[in-house]
Design a protein around this ligand. Structure first.
Ligand code: UFG
Length: 324
């Protein structure tokens, strides 16, 4: 198996995975509608513009490139927006994927890797979240992804489609080359916002909530480097091809860091003493979200290689030289 279609391949995690695939000897083909993605992020790879809601276009691309497996990254990811406009999320993240899955079946493409999220678990009921943790999303974004996971289970039983759902915790960092990195509009993620403050693009970084039941009162998250996530996709694909079973994995480092700790680390790495403000809690933020990624280690042999320092260093390198 060589020819992999990467839907949403011009986006943040998709573009890092495209590079990882190519390095490992695959032929990635990028499929993206460029509503959020950046053509420049994948300028050296075969590119097909299109939307996952367009089945005819998908079938055309599958045939043209003799696609053998599909990785799917094209999704809306803003929790707050999903509460305001759930229709947008169900249309793209759920109905769009249903359309894509039908196209896979019709074209007899047997393997699918799906970008899922820690948001499918909702409010954590224990400290570290493994795959058996209850799944009760607290926002439409999480629902839109969990619905797809349910479809995937049913599609394996009925049509034999093999899939792997990868639930990312906090994707972060940038490629070491400095050629690709994170660029969302609007940017809502903590690390890029901190670094944009350090570089002077923003006046201050706001800490959303300092009264959480954590050691320093700020939220704790599990930051995992985007290249570690990219590598997990390839391991998942290879495992799926070998064993012909569908799987789900939680992908995180297993280490939690607070917002205040991240800010301190970023000050140390950048050497800039930027302004920090305290702000009210952001709706829908759990106090602590940390993965138990034991299963990914056991089954895939996957373990993060980048620690928090390298995550912030690579993101800082990108922020200083960003291309898009
Ligand atoms: N935060 C701040 N200030 C900011 C931005 C964020 O204090 O300016 C805090 C948040 O409150 C949160 C932490 O930093 O406690 C991390 O926030 P992010 O927005 O970077 O990440 P989230 O954990 O909220 O989001 C992650 C993914 C999203 C996904 C979500 C689902 O990055 O794409 O999990 O739970 F939708």
């Amino acid at each position: 198996m060589k020819n992999i279609l990467v839907i949403g391949g011009a986006g943040y995690i998709g573009s890092h995975t495209v590079r990882a695939l190519a390095k490992r000897g695959y032929n990635p083909v990028v499929f993206d509608n460029l509503s959020k993605g950046h053509r420049e992020a994948v300028k050296n790879f075969p590119f097909e513009q299109g939307d996952l809601q367009d089945k005819k276009r998908l079938s055309e691309v599958f045939k043209k490139h003799r696609i053998e497996a599909v990785m799917h990254f094209a999704a809306f990811i803003e929790v707050g927006e999903s509460v305001q406009n759930p229709a947008k999320y169900y249309q793209n993240n759920t109905a769009g994927v249903l359309n894509l899955l039908q196209a896979l079946i019709e074209n007899q493409i047997p393997y699918f890797v799906f970008s899922s999220t820690a948001a499918i678990f909702g409010e954590p009921v224990r400290e570290k979240i493994d795959e058996t943790h209850p799944q009760h999303p607290i926002n439409p974004y999480g629902n839109s992804k969990l619905m797809v996971e349910k479809m995937l289970a049913d599609f394996d039983v009925a049509y034999g489609l093999k899939s792997t759902a990868l639930r990312y915790f906090n994707a972060s960092g940038a490629d070491d080359s400095g050629e690709i990195g994170e660029s969302h509009s609007p940017e809502t993620h903590l690390i890029p916002l901190i670094l944009q403050t350090a570089i002077g693009k923003r006046k201050s970084i706001k800490i959303f909530g300092t009264d959480y039941p954590t050691a320093d009162g700020t939220c704790i998250r599990d930051y995992v480097h985007v290249n570690d996530l990219a590598r997990a996709h390839i391991l998942a694909l290879e495992k799926m091809e070998k064993d012909k079973v569908s799987e789900r994995f939680n992908l995180g480092s297993g280490n939690g860091y607070s917002v205040a700790e991240l800010i301190a680390k970023a000050k140390e790495i950048t050497g800039v003493d930027f302004a920090v403000e305290q702000a009210p809690r952001r709706a829908g933020d759990p106090a602590v979200l940390v993965a138990d990624a034991t299963k990914a280690k056991r089954v895939l042999g996957w373990q993060p290689e980048y620690d928090l320092t390298r995550i912030i260093q690579t993101a800082w390198n990108w922020e200083q030289h960003r291309k898009y």
